[in-house]
Design a protein around this ligand. Structure first.
Ligand code: SF4
Length: 285
């Protein structure tokens, strides 16, 4: 069930892993409807008790009805702070929910924030989603791309539609690749984030397809990016064993590095890794 709420703050100053990526994160929702799907298995947010308030990850969603109004209240002060204290006013939407949960189609919270940003834009907006439902906000994104630097990150963890022993993804790989193509064809800077990075069936085919439908690709392996030293949190989940059963070695950084090297050969200058990649710093070819 979706609860409706009003918040006092919507722009969160970044810290930890996100600090080198953005000045602020913005969550239109608390919780995530995709929590019981494939990406939810390793989703680090489920370990944040302040955010889950003891509820099972994927079982709750709270819509922040006044997100757009609060953004407009906070933007002047936070933009000034970010330009003085950070490398510009860079918003990551979102780090602890998906801005395009299924409920967004009816509630329009994310869309209302995107419209508010058109009058008071950040310097850079990174829209991060696991869902092709992002296409529902295409008009708002195109309008915003005329006011600020905008990147849409579409997460595709693997080229496999199912991984034995793990839940299904919330949407098919094919639908997300098609969504990336549609975003890019519309003129938006589009990045495929392989996050969390899972075993690939045919790496060459997948990377070639990514090179056709996206401007760049970013790899985020749990060992380097789950917010705990050496991926400790994810090592306690079902994910590493399922990865190793499919492809021995795939739960190691050596495996990630081999795929990254392959991607660099196919997409020179368009490959990022971890925090640097999310921040838009791509590796040279
Ligand atoms: S879409 Fe993002 S926030 Fe939601 S469960 Fe998946 S990884 Fe977590």
């Amino acid at each position: 069930m979706t609860e409706r709420t009003e918040v006092r703050s919507i722009l969160t100053r970044s810290s930890g892993y996100l600090r080198s990526v953005c000045s602020h994160s913005l969550q239109p929702y608390r919780g995530c409807s995709y929590g019981n799907s494939l990406c939810g298995v390793a989703c680090y947010v489920q370990h944040n008790r302040w955010l889950t308030r003891g509820e099972a990850w994927g079982s709750f969603l709270e819509a922040r009805d006044n997100a757009a109004a609060v953004y407009l209240e906070q933007v002047t002060r936070e933009r000034k702070w970010a330009r003085e204290r950070r490398d510009g006013f860079v918003i990551f939407m979102s780090s602890s929910t998906d801005p395009f949960v299924p409920q967004e189609a009816a509630l329009g919270i994310t869309a209302s924030v995107l419209r508010a940003m058109q009058s008071e834009p950040p310097d850079t907006l990174i829209v991060q989603t696991h869902s092709p439902r992002v296409l529902g906000a295409l008009d708002e994104l195109l309008a915003l791309a005329r006011c600020c630097e905008l990147r849409v990150h579409l997460s595709i963890e693997t080229d496999r539609e199912r991984l034995p022993g793990l839940p299904a993804p919330a949407s098919s790989v094919a639908s997300r690749l098609d969504a990336a193509a549609a975003l890019r064809n519309a003129g938006l800077r589009t990045v495929i984030t392989v996050s969390p990075m899972l075993p690939l069936h045919d790496a060459t085919r997948f990377l070639t397809r990514c090179s056709e439908v996206a401007d760049a690709i970013v790899f985020d392996h749990f060992i380097g990016g789950d917010g705990s030293p050496g991926g400790e949190r994810t090592l306690r989940t079902a994910l590493p064993a399922a990865m190793e059963a499919l492809e021995p070695g795939s739960s190691t950084l050596a495996w990630r590095n081999a795929i990254v090297a392959q991607a660099r050969a196919l997409l020179p200058g368009r490959v990022g890794v971890g925090q640097d990649g999310f921040a838009g710093r791509m590796l040279p070819g």
